[in-house]
Design a binder for this molecule. Structure first.
Ligand SMILES: C[S@@+](CC[C@H](N)C(=O)[O-])C[C@H]1O[C@@H](n2cnc3c(N)ncnc32)[C@H](O)[C@@H]1O
Length: 287
């Protein structure tokens, strides 16, 4: 039996929600490591989106809210931030983290980024950190974000560059797929980790969604850890898509997959610790 496109899309969304519901506490637990990894790129993303005191900002695929807190600090008490995500579990952590940090200017909105269900012309700025590439239809998400912005508002997204610039992600994906008995997948297939890393693709999508003055900046953001085992602990706790691929395997088969991955990631061990190359694309557009 073949599924129609609408059923296929709904099942994909259900899986995404379940994967991130399951990985929510793991992603949140590793916030200090994520902050060390993405801190400079996050600062750049927030500045490129023109976030400033008093503005209202939409944070798409906000996760556990690490960048939401930076946005809340930047807009200050007269501004507001709406953190949106498809996973209720991870969004609950964003709400808790904002409350624990004392921010009263953060609200949450549970929604698929492709169907945001927000008012048109409502936000001065928007960001999306490491979320857009998971959308099977990123143009639909970009169109929704464009609609939610006021004229003159800016949106900045952060996604992974292509597989050649992100060898650790390539190792994780190809090795997990092989151990799961799945055929190799086109890394640029929509919804994949590096799917928006195809040269020129993200700029073209921004333009198709209606954004002008579109520009992409490439940023190196190596992931530094004391050793391979520390990086693997992060991946095993928090990387929803990889955990999903390995989930059908029994315990010994899964252990073999992780051992294979660890052996390949050891190539990035240096005298000063483990440093996994990682390249990000920051894309900005104006409504
Ligand atoms: C890698 S995490 C990034 C979280 C956060 N932005 C950060 O950088 O810490 C990816 C996030 O994208 C969310 N996500 C995936 N697909 C989504 C969709 N279709 N709509 C909204 N959020 C989605 C996941 O639930 C998850 O929270």
């Amino acid at each position: 039996m073949t599924l129609d496109a609408a059923t296929e899309a709904r099942l994909h969304k259900d899986r995404t929600r379940q994967d991130w519901d399951a990985a929510a506490t793991g992603w949140d637990k590793h916030t200090p490591a994520i902050r060390a990894w993405l801190g400079p790129a996050t600062e750049a993303m927030i500045s490129m989106a023109g976030v400033a005191p008093g503005l209202s900002v939409l944070d798409v695929a906000a996760g556990a809210g690490d960048q939401t807190l930076d946005l809340a600090a930047r807009v200050g008490p007269r501004g507001r931030v709406v953190a949106s995500d498809i996973s209720a579990n991870i969004l609950a952590l964003a709400a808790r983290n904002a409350a624990d940090a004392g921010y009263r200017n953060v609200a949450t909105h549970l929604a698929d980024a492709e169907q945001l269900d927000l008012d048109a012309n409502a936000f001065d700025a928007a960001v999306c950190r490491l979320g857009l590439m998971f959308l099977p239809d990123p143009l639909a998400g970009l169109t929704q974000i464009h609609r939610s912005l006021k004229p003159g508002g800016r949106f900045c997204s952060m996604v992974f560059a292509g597989p050649d610039q992100n060898p650790c992600l390539r190792i994780l994906m190809t090795t997990a797929m092989r151990h799961a008995g799945l055929p190799p997948r086109d890394p640029f297939q929509p919804g994949g980790l590096v799917s928006l890393g195809r040269p020129g693709l993200i700029d073209a999508l921004f333009q198709q969604a209606g954004f002008s003055a579109v520009a992409t900046t490439r940023m190196d953001a190596p992931f530094r850890m004391p050793g391979t085992a520390h990086y693997l602990e992060f991946i095993r706790d928090a990387a929803g898509p990889i955990l999903h691929i390995l989930s059908p395997l029994d315990a010994p088969a899964r252990a073999a997959a992780w051992a294979d991955i660890a052996g390949q990631l050891d190539a990035f061990q240096t005298a000063d610790g483990w440093a996994g190359p990682n390249t990000l694309l920051l894309t900005v557009g104006l409504k």
